[in-house]
Design a protein around this ligand. Structure first.
Ligand code: NCD
Length: 316
């Protein structure tokens, strides 16, 4: 159970969403992640903080970087890490989430990282298990550790988040990355814009605290940060864009479209990137402006910080 006397920024027994967290709660996570980053860079790749603890990555959806990142984070802190694959799991045999929770409880885990295609499924599972739970992405709802690693990338490169103009472009409708980032960036005092065709925006998206643009030139003008998103075709029922060619023409990030952004604007993408769809290779590979690989490096550090804080808070 959460000890209210600890200084953990996480409420309850897990990190399920960014929505509702404040800058005062988020900043210590980024500070701790900075410390883990320095230690990793200095060659400290095997700590003992979580030795004797068990971390399970339960992924009901495919993932390369998020699962690997949590696995590395757990191992660098000394935990035993187990990956439960979707195909081999009994979920395919019709087991309900509640049965899965009972099975996991019987295994005495300390931390469970869950990715699931349905929004809300991670919270449902978290209510039924006895360990700390981290949302590794649930449907188009939230992906909290992605937003934290994006924030840390921005903070390290720009020295601050407050006051920056951050532009999130692409498939906002289906993106849990966009939702978590909008909540976090607003909490930290950034100005957030979204750029997308009307078909790829959630209804009343302005209520999340963003300005809405349907043209890249208007949206990117004076941007400090340009965050590109993949078209989440696996979540699309039907046709949301006329064609990939047309989408790239209007919404793909190119050096030409970037001219209106600030000269020191940074380019971000959570990955996997689709070259020639939402981003041109020339921009994705621009070593002066693209921080896509920094995001991957910082992802491990942020997840180490989350695992540290959560196990401290829950006493697991
Ligand atoms: C994102 C995801 O899965 O939500 N990827 C990630 O976690 N790095 C974005 C995406 O799949 O496009």
């Amino acid at each position: 159970m959460l000890d209210p006397t600890t200084d953990s920024p996480f409420r309850g027994l897990g990190l399920l969403a960014i929505e509702g967290l404040t800058a005062a709660e988020l900043t210590p996570v980024l500070d701790l992640a900075d410390q883990y980053l320095e230690r990793t860079r200095a060659g400290e790749r095997k700590l003992t903080l979580l030795s004797g603890r068990t971390l399970v990555n339960l992924f009901f959806e495919t993932s390369t970087r998020t699962r690997t990142s949590f696995e590395l984070a757990g191992k660098r802190l000394g935990a035993d890490v187990i990956n439960m694959s979707v195909d081999a799991s009994s979920v395919k045999k019709g087991e309900t989430l509640i049965d899965t929770a009972a099975t996991l409880n019987a295994m005495h885990l300390d931390v469970l990282v869950v990715r699931h295609p349905d929004s809300g499924a991670v919270r449902l599972l978290a209510a039924k298990v006895n360990c700390a739970v981290i949302n590794g992405g649930d449907g188009s709802h939230e992906h909290p550790t992605q937003a934290l690693l994006d924030a840390q990338t921005i903070r390290r490169r720009k020295g601050r988040i407050a006051g920056l103009t951050v532009v999130i472009c692409g498939d906002i409708l289906h993106s849990r990355v966009a939702r978590s980032n909008i909540h976090l960036l607003n909490a930290m005092g950034a100005r957030v814009r979204v750029v997308a065709p009307p078909t790829l925006l959630p209804p009343e998206v302005e209520r999340l605290g963003v300005s809405v643009f349907h043209s890249m030139v208007a949206g990117l003008t004076d941007a400090d940060i340009v965050m590109m998103l993949r078209l989440q075709t696996e979540r699309m029922a039907g046709q949301f864009v006329p064609s990939v060619r047309e989408y790239f023409h209007f919404f793909g990030l190119t050096a030409d479209k970037l001219k209106v952004a600030r000269p020191d604007a940074l380019i971000m993408h959570p990955g996997p990137i689709n070259r020639g769809v939402e981003i041109d290779s020339e921009v994705a590979d621009d070593i002066n402006r693209s921080v896509i690989l920094d995001q991957v490096e910082l992802g491990v550090a942020v997840r180490m910080a989350c695992l540290d804080l959560l196990t401290r808070a829950s006493g697991h």
